[in-house]
Design a protein around this ligand. Structure first.
Ligand code: PGA
Length: 238
C-alpha cells in the first residue's frame, strides 16, 4: 500500500489544522482507502488534526535522543507514542543541516523510536554540491550506516530526499530517483519490511509520473501537503 506523509514542518495553527482535517475528511469520505495517509503536524496541532474515523495516522517531525529527564524543550519517543503518533521522521535534512544532527545523535534517536515501538521514517539524500561531484551514492551509503544497529526485522520507512530538491521546485527525475532507490535497497538489502518514499518538490502535477517510474511506494511531502486538496490529489484521492 502506498504511503503519503504530509510534513507540515513549522506551519499550521490549530485552527488551520482543524480546517485541513475537515476538508481532507470530506475528500476521503467513507471509501475503503487503498493508500496510507500520515500527517506530521507540529505537536501543538496534533489534536486539531486528529480524525475521529482514523483515516490517517500521525508522524512526529522529531524526537529526543534521550529517554526522559532534564532536557528542556525536548519530547521523548514514549511521549510521542502516548500522544498517538505511529511514525517519527528521523534525519530530515533540515535537522541535519540547521540543527547539526549527525550519525551519533540520529542513531540514538532511532533507538528511542524502537523502544517506544514507533516506526522511523529515516531520511537520506545528497546536497547539490555532493551531487555535482558525483558523490551521491556514496553519501547515501554513509547516511544508511546509521541504521546499522537498527533491528533488521522491524518495519522501516526510508525517504530518499535529495537536499537540492527540497522546497526548490526542482524535482529529481524518476530515473535519478530509481537509481538512488536501487542503491538504497542494495545497502539495506536484508530488511524484510521496508518501504521507500521520495521527497522533494512533489506536487499534484508531478506525483503520478514519479510514482510510476521511480521505484518508490509513496512520498514525503512538504509545501504541497499544506493544502488538503493538493495532499489528497497527490495521494490519488481527488
Ligand atoms: P517539499 O519538502 O515537498 O516542500 O520539497 C519535502 C520535505 O522536506 O520533506
Amino acid at each position: 500500500m502506498n504511503l503519503f506523509v504530509a510534513n507540515w514542518k513549522m506551519n499550521m495553527t490549530r485552527a488551520e489544522a482543524r480546517a485541513f482535517s475537515e476538508e481532507l475528511g470530506r475528500r476521503v469520505g467513507d471509501r475503503d482507502l487503498e493508500v496510507e495517509l500520515v500527517i506530521a503536524p507540529p505537536l501543538t496541532s496534533l489534536d486539531a488534526a486528529r480524525d475521529a474515523k482514523g483515516r490517517w495516522s500521525f508522524a512526529a517531525q522529531n524526537v529526543a535522543s534521550e529517554r526522559e529527564g532534564a532536557f528542556t524543550g525536548e519530547v521523548s519517543a514514549l511521549q510521542l507514542a502516548d500522544a498517538g503518533c505511529r511514525y517519527v521522521i528521523v534525519g530530515h535534512s533540515e535537522r541535519r543541516r540547521i540543527f547539526g544532527e549527525g550519525a551519533a545523535v540520529l542513531s540514538r534517536k532511532l533507538e528511542r523510536v524502537r523502544e517506544a515501538r514507533l516506526i522511523p521514517i529515516y531520511c537520506v539524500g545528497e546536497t547539490q554540491d555532493e551531487r555535482a561531484k558525483g558523490h551521491s551514492l556514496e553519501i547515501l551509503t554513509r547516511q544508511l550506516e546509521t541504521l546499522r544497529e537498527d533491528p533488521a526485522e522491524a518495519t522501516l520507512v526510508i525517504a530518499y530526499e535529495p537536499v537540492w530538491a527540497i522546497g526548490t521546485g526542482q524535482i529529481a527525475t524518476p530515473g535519478d530517483c530509481a537509481e538512488a532507490c536501487v542503491h538504497i535497497r542494495g545497502v539495506v538489502g536484508s530488511r524484510r519490511d521496508l518501504r521507500l518514499l521520495y521527497g522533494g518538490s512533489v506536487t499534484s502535477d508531478n506525483a503520478r509520473e514519479m510514482l510510476g517510474g521511480a521505484g518508490v511506494e509513496g512520498f514525503l511531502i512538504g509545501g504541497a501537503s499544506l493544502k488538503a486538496a493538493s495532499f489528497a490529489s497527490i495521494a490519488g484521492l481527488a
